[in-house]
Design a protein around this ligand. Structure first.
Ligand code: DAT
Ligand code: MG
Length: 154
């Protein structure tokens, strides 16, 4: 089972889209291992966006991510990293497919509502970066029998 770190960014919180976005992950059948509201600081953001700190838009991105609380979620599912990126849509919401979160609800690249991990390795790393062990829950989801075939349940 893969893990993905999801952030519902300040625009999702401010626009009242938190419920609609979480709904899409729940509808897919993904398991929420942890969820909380938190504020992000510069050090955490620099670690999280280390691939972008030298970009001209980085300071704006950092300020935006600190501009209001966010919701962070740890999600688990079979090959879920890729599935979740598909549910998000392209980084630039104007190029995101209709039916995706960004395609349906966003316009600006710097206001694209949601972060999700981009690889299995980063999923593991990012969940550990944003959650303490005692904030993550291990439990059986009864509906798994109707979401997965046996070999996919792990
Ligand atoms: P993604 O969020 O799809 O994984 P990313 O990791 O390349 O995309 O970038 C992280 C965030 O940085 C992205 O969600 C929005 C912002 N960003 C990326 N490219 C940008 C650009 N050209 N202008 C403004 N913001 C940008
Ligand atoms: Mg990314």
């Amino acid at each position: 089972m893969e893990k993905s770190l999801i952030i519902l960014k300040p625009d999702a919180v401010q626009r009242g889209l938190v419920g609609d976005i979480i709904k899409r992950f729940e509808m897919k059948g993904l398991k929420i291992l942890g969820i909380k509201m938190t504020s992000l600081d510069s050090a955490l953001l620099e670690a999280h966006y280390s691939h972008l700190t030298d970009k001209p838009f980085y300071k704006g991105l950092e300020n935006f991510m600190k501009s209001s609380p966010v919701i962070v979620m740890a999600i688990e599912g079979f090959e879920c990293v890729n599935s979740i990126r598909i549910i998000l849509g392209a980084t630039n919401p104007r190029e995101a497919e209709a039916g995706t979160i960004r395609g349906d609800m966003a316009i600006g690249t710097g206001r694209n509502l949601v972060h999700a991990s981009d690889s299995k390795e980063n999923g593991k790393k990012e969940v550990a970066r944003f959650f303490n062990d005692d904030e993550l829950f291990s439990y059986d989801k009864s509906e798994y029998l109707h979401i997965y075939e046996g070999h996919e349940r792990g």
